[in-house]
Design a protein around this ligand. Structure first.
Ligand SMILES: [Zn+2]
Ligand SMILES: [Zn+2]
Ligand SMILES: [Zn+2]
Length: 182
C-alpha cells in the first residue's frame, strides 16, 4: 500500500460540504492543509482572518490584509502574507479581481463557476452565477480562429449603497483629504 507522506501524523483532509460559506471555509482549511509548510502561528492567524473575510465577502488588498493582521497580532511578516496570498490564488481559494482603476483586490468566493460585479465608487465586489453559453464562447473563438478554453467576466457599475449616496466616491474622499491638507 502506498503511504501518503505525513499521513500518519495528520488528521484526515476535511471533506467539503456543499453550500456557499461552509464550502469557502472548508476550502481555505484544505488549502492550508495542502501547503507543505507546518501549521505555524502566522498561518493560523491568516486562516482565521480569511474565514472572517469569507463570511463578509469583503474584497481586500494584500497590504490591507497584512496591516490588519499586524494590528491584531503584532509579529507577522509581509512576505509571509504576500506568499500565502499567491498560493491561495493558485489553489483557487482566493479570486483576484481587477478594479476599474487598474488596481486589484482579493476575495474569498464560492468554489463554483461565477463572475464579479464591482462598484466603481466603493470597490464593493459581488459575485453572480450568470454566464454566456459554451456555444457562444465557442462561436466568439471560432470567428477569430481561437479555441476558447477559459474566460473571465467582470461587470462594473454603481452599487445600491452608493446610488443612495451612503458612500462617498474614492474621488470625493481624495479631494476632501487634499483640501484639508491645504
Ligand atoms: Zn470570485
Ligand atoms: Zn458602492
Ligand atoms: Zn462564466
Amino acid at each position: 500500500m502506498k503511504k501518503e507522506p505525513g499521513s500518519h501524523s495528520r488528521p484526515p483532509r476535511p471533506l467539503c460540504a456543499e453550500g456557499d460559506n461552509q464550502d469557502a471555509v472548508c476550502r481555505i482549511e484544505n488549502a492550508f492543509f495542502d501547503l507543505s509548510r507546518p501549521n505555524t502561528a502566522p498561518r493560523r492567524m491568516l486562516l482565521e482572518k480569511l474565514v472572517e473575510l469569507a463570511r463578509t465577502g469583503e474584497a481586500f488588498s494584500a497590504d490591507d490584509l497584512w496591516q490588519q493582521l499586524r494590528a491584531a497580532h503584532g509579529r507577522i511578516g509581509r512576505a509571509t502574507v504576500f506568499r500565502s496570498i499567491e498560493q491561495l490564488v493558485e489553489s483557487r481559494v482566493l479570486d483576484r479581481v481587477e478594479l476599474s482603476d487598474g488596481s486589484h483586490r482579493y476575495r474569498v468566493c464560492g468554489g463554483s463557476h461565477h463572475h464579479h460585479l464591482i462598484c466603481t465608487m466603493c470597490n464593493r465586489v459581488v459575485d453572480f452565477r450568470e454566464c454566456l453559453s459554451a456555444h457562444t464562447f465557442d462561436e466568439i473563438g471560432r470567428r477569430h480562429g481561437f479555441t476558447v478554453n477559459d474566460h473571465k467576466l467582470t461587470v462594473y457599475g454603481t452599487c445600491e449603497r452608493c446610488l443612495k449616496g451612503e458612500r462617498k466616491s474614492a474621488q470625493d474622499l481624495l479631494e476632501n483629504s487634499n483640501r484639508s491638507m491645504e
